[in-house]
Design a protein around this ligand. Structure first.
Ligand code: UDP
Length: 329
């Protein structure tokens, strides 16, 4: 039986997607170098520890597990860090993906679902953002993703590689059973940081800028539940395996919340006091990112099942409350 190779499957979005596929009886193998992922996030799932740059290693896994499709999450994804350490982003995200594509071409694996990002758009001219909008990334992270999207287009004609690029807006929340969730070391994402402040693990939250052109001056983002993202990967892969055409899709809920609104929602959900202090802007942040996900709804029938910010934060809170130190080392 053929199987799906999930690169970076021990990371936050990867592990939730791996669980989603596994629960639907799909054969899969997770490949991850555990640089930011956790072995415990993919318990009971076939796991290979390996690096993207190891093309031969990737090929061996593809052969051994009869891989016929790849879902590629393995990337560094912190906007702020990408601005101060671009080399890390270009080498891993870009060179690493070229190695993956080489292995796919050599092994004739022709389907890939690729993790892209709202950061490909930069500062949007119109809200909500549609897939055809201008792409002028403001940060290195977004640039690496846009370059790969373009490379993928070039691999279709000559090598028959078809791809679905999923442009995530802000992934958030945790599996409803709270056995897996979001954990980064160090943490840089807004919702986990806010919840760490709620737990008393940090004194306060830094708000990166309150002088943006937004209703309350703080940046506005479109938060999407990680299990809704997992479902989008499932649909994208089915689409490719049915012979569907390459495509790129936005994934968001179509509504925006400011940093201050997220803090407020977290205070409500947790019942805890959460202190916040305004700091200077973080380099590379667009003021407002809100998705139109009409295309994926229309073409793949995707609909978010958990669009409400309070519920998204509630699932994240359940994970953080029960796993205050994240995964065991
Ligand atoms: N943010 C913040 N304080 C933090 C972390 C993030 O004010 O400690 C802001 C950040 O500037 C952005 C939003 O929260 O406007 C979401 O940031 P995150 O890093 O979670 O996701 P991104 O939008 O960069 O993918």
């Amino acid at each position: 039986m053929s199987s799906i190779l999930i690169l970076g499957g021990a990371g936050y979005i990867g592990s939730h997607t791996a669980r989603y596929f596994k629960d639907r009886g799909r054969e899969l193998v997770v490949y991850d170098n555990l640089s930011t992922g956790f072995r415990d996030s993919v318990k009971n799932i076939t796991f290979v520890e390996g690096d993207l740059h190891d093309t031969r290693g990737l090929e061996r896994v593809m052969e051994r597990h009869r891989v016929d499709a790849v879902i590629h999450f393995a990337a560094f994804s912190q906007v702020g860090e990408s601005m101060v350490n671009p080399e890390k982003y270009y080498y891993n995200n870009l060179a690493g993906t070229l190695s993956v594509l080489r292995a796919m071409v050599n092994q004739q694996v022709q389907n890939i679902v690729f993790s892209s990002t709202a950061a490909v758009y930069g500062d949007p001219v119109r809200i909500p953002i549609v897939e055809t909008a201008d792409k002028k990334p403001k940060n290195i992270y977004g640039k690496t993703k846009l370059i790969i999207e373009n490379i993928l287009k070039d691999y279709e004609g000559p090598y028959g590689v078809r791809s679905v690029c999923l442009r995530y807006f802000n992934a958030a929340g945790a599996h409803p059973d709270a056995t897996i969730g979001e954990s980064h070391r160090p943490e840089s994402h807004l919702i986990p940081l806010v919840l760490q402040a709620a737990l008393g693990q940090r004194d306060h939250l830094d708000i990166f800028g309150d002088d943006y052109e937004t209703p309350d001056g703080t940046c506005v983002r479109d938060y999407i539940h990680v299990m809704d993202l997992a479902d989008a990967h499932y649909r994208a892969l089915e689409h490719l395996q049915r012979g569907g055409a390459s495509a790129a899709y936005n994934l968001g809920n179509g509504s925006g919340f400011s940093v201050r609104q997220v803090i407020e929602a977290a205070r409500y959900v947790t019942g805890r006091e959460i202190r916040a202090e305004v700091r200077p802007r973080r380099a590379g942040d667009p003021a407002i990112l809100i998705a139109s996900s009409d295309r994926i709804s229309r073409e793949l029938g995707w609909q978010p099942k958990m669009p409400e910010l309070d519920r998204i934060i509630a699932t994240a809170w359940e994970w953080h409350r029960t796993h205050p130190d994240g995964y065991e080392r």
